[in-house]
Design a protein around this ligand. Structure first.
Ligand code: ADP
Length: 470
């Protein structure tokens, strides 16, 4: 038996509670039994004594033994062997009218004598005669206003003592069996109820990153353990997804890093194969620098995403005027837009201030405008607009480009996801831009949404909470 198991703990608790209950109930039952036994005896003794008092008054105080038996039988339902009837004068001397005692000869206690002199009854348990105590009732017989004699009626408590002992004996012999039975039953029940937990533990032990597709058994009966198994399975599903994404991400990241490195290595190897002119070396170095820039850009993006995931993105929060930011970005991207023969301009704009990191917001906007230029054929247009309500500033970048399929609407924000793969790679994209935009939006308490009505280019809208101080 595993000492630390819940089953054992439950059984110990259960057995302890049962023992306590047994003792409390047993004590109450024993107390009630003792009380009712002695009350019955007392009231029967009183009945006998009252008849004796009556007889004494009528001068018929000397009953024959058969009479006494009859008297006791009337009040007790049986005639006890060890019973006692006696008559005393007020000073405590045996009354000659009752020449012999019936049963044990009992002395009269000073308290009984004292009480009787005041006309009071005394009921007492005397232990001086025989093995068992005797219950004795002393009643004074009052005649003409004074105590004429004392009637004493008594009975051995043998039956009562024996009954009480029998009760205790029965309790003591039943208790260990009851305890054994209830404890054993409780343990079996607890084991049975907790068996699925063992099963779950064994299965859970087998589940690891390599075997994450295994699931805990669900019986379908809807009990607590079943619900726990379902919850854990849901959690495993999410972990499974996360592991898959992590693996995919590592594979994609390695692939994206490998491409420029392979190009770099190839170019250097070719350059070293024969003697080159300084111009040719310069070209190789220039091309190498471009690949290094690409690697640098990728690593920077990965680092930013990793920081955002870990919730430790560096943010220098200050009021940022979005209108100014859009103007800056437009000026910066104008040359590139011209190179691609694309008209870049800003539409109507309100002045809106948000609390944010200027550099991160600039990067976000540059990414969106860069994408818009990348995915818009020559002769197209890219328009930036800004509007706001009480809570949200919305900044949109709309292009007249190739757009993206509706079912890619969410996927394009995933890392390394490219809807238009060849085009993106040709344009120098690695598929991290929109993931970074989404992370930055999230870090600012905002969000990004994308729309692409078929044949009408696409619109990316960044929602940011408006600064509370405006
Ligand atoms: P990439 O480096 O490939 O541009 P992004 O994360 O910036 O990576 O974009 C992911 C994908 O979303 C792109 O490959 C492209 O398919 C799609 N996309 C992004 N911007 C646009 C746009 N303005 N028009 C059409 N498709 C876009």
């Amino acid at each position: 038996m595993h000492l630390k198991s819940i089953g054992t703990g439950l059984t110990i608790w259960y057995t302890t509670l049962l023992t306590l209950t047994f003792f409390i109930l047993g004590s109450i039952a024993y107390g009630l039994l003792a009380y009712s036994l002695s009350r019955d005896i007392d009231s029967a003794l009183k009945g006998v004594a009252e008849v004796m008092v009556q007889r004494t008054r009528t001068g018929d105080a000397a009953p024959v033994p058969g009479d006494v038996d009859e008297l006791f039988r009337r009040f007790f339902g049986f005639s006890p062997l060890d019973r006692y009837v006696d008559l005393f004068d007020p000073r405590g001397r045996r009354d000659p009218r009752l020449p012999h005692t019936y049963g044990n000869d009992l002395y009269i206690s000073p308290e009984a004598l004292e009480n009787a002199s005041q006309g009071l009854h005394t009921i007492e348990t005397m232990t001086t005669t025989g093995v068992y105590p005797v219950r004795v009732l002393t009643i004074p017989v009052i005649e003409a206003g004074r105590v004429a004699s004392l009637v004493r009626v008594g009975m051995s408590l043998e039956n009562m003592v024996k009954t009480r002992r029998r009760f205790l004996l029965i309790m003591a012999s039943v208790f260990p069996f009851g305890l054994l039975f209830a404890g054993g039953g409780g343990w079996l029940l607890a084991r049975r109820a907790l068996r699925p937990v063992d099963h779950m533990t064994r299965t859970a032990r087998r589940i690891s990153a390599e075997h994450i597709d295994e699931r805990l058994p669900v019986t379908g009966n809807g009990d607590e353990l079943d619900r726990l198994a379902k919850t854990l399975n849901d959690m495993l599903d999410r972990l499974d997804d996360a592991f898959y994404q992590m693996r995919q991400f590592s594979a994609d990241a390695s692939h994206e890093l490998q491409t420029p490195l392979t190009i770099l290595k190839g170019e250097i190897e070719v350059a070293l194969r024969s003697h080159r002119s300084p111009e040719e070396y310069k070209d190789v170095l220039k091309s190498g620098l471009e690949e290094i820039d690409r690697i640098n850009h990728l690593v920077e993006g990965l680092l930013l995403l990793a920081r955002a995931d870990a919730g430790v993105m560096r943010m220098d929060i200050q009021p940022v005027d979005l209108k100014m930011l859009i103007r800056d970005v437009c000026n910066q991207m104008m040359v590139i837009a011209d190179e691609h023969s694309i008209a870049l301009h800003s539409g109507p704009m309100e002045s809106v201030v948000v609390d944010g990191d200027r550099e991160h917001l600039r990067r976000t906007l540059l990414n969106l405008v860069d994408n818009a230029i990348k995915y818009t054929p020559a002769g197209g247009r890219v328009t930036l607009t800004l509007s706001a309500d009480d809570r949200w500033a919305s900044l949109s970048v709309t292009d007249t480009g190739i757009g993206f399929p509706a079912d890619e609407r969410q996927l394009i924000f995933d890392r390394f996801h490219r809807a238009t793969d060849t085009r993106s790679r040709d344009a120098g994209g690695v598929g991290l831009g929109l993931s970074i935009v989404r992370s930055i939006a999230k870090a600012h308490g905002g969000r990004i949404e994308a729309e692409s009505p078929p044949g009408h280019g696409s619109t990316f809208t960044l929602f940011l909470p408006v600064s509370a101080s405006t």
